[in-house]
Design a protein around this ligand. Sequence first.
Ligand code: ADP
Ligand code: MG
Length: 206
Amino acid sequence: MPTVENFSAWLRDYAAVVHDNAGLLTDLDSAIGDADHGSNMDRGMTAIVALLDANTFDTADALFKKVGMTLVSTVGGASGPLYGTFFLRFGAALQGVDPIGAPALGAALRAGVDGVLARGKADLDDKTMYDALAPALAAYDAATGDGIGPALAAAASAAAAGRDRVTPLVARKGRASYLGERSADHQDPGATSVTLLLESAAATLS
Ligand code: ADP
Ligand code: MG
């Protein structure tokens, strides 16, 4: 049952992972975007670590509300509002939930992904972060009965598979879509960073 401390540990771990992978994320974005996804995410997650260092949060929804607002104001680009909305909705879904069991965490993930959809209006196969998030949700739900650890592990592998499945496709949303056919056969940066987010969740919240 994740606590506020566990969620903080997740965010700190993700910040470290993003920092270590900033070069990769920016390289992916340089092929089909404007070469800033790594620096955008690193700036945002550095701000989250500063937020955690300077504050204590009593509840998960208070924590994720601040996290979402901080990401919206620091990440920029397309991904800032998308990640920000994900965490705002994720936290709102956890309001008043204690303890947080596997179904509640799954409902929060669903609320977060619905927020990404409401903001970005992506469809499946548009080749965005949604192509990693959608199968992750489905895999989580299918494994909910096994508990949070196995459900998050299943979600993380499904995200990676979704990320890879759309690599051959032509992008239909975001900057990569401006490239048309030339966007094919490049791995999507946002699908890559959300896969790292779920891998980090599986490693820290289990
Ligand atoms: P920008 O494209 O503004 O430079 P980033 O480089 O930080 O922003 O993020 C790019 C990523 O954002 C893409 O790889 C894609 O996964 C994601 N993205 C872009 N537009 C959308 C959208 N409408 N819905 C979902 N995800 C999107
Ligand atoms: Mg970019």
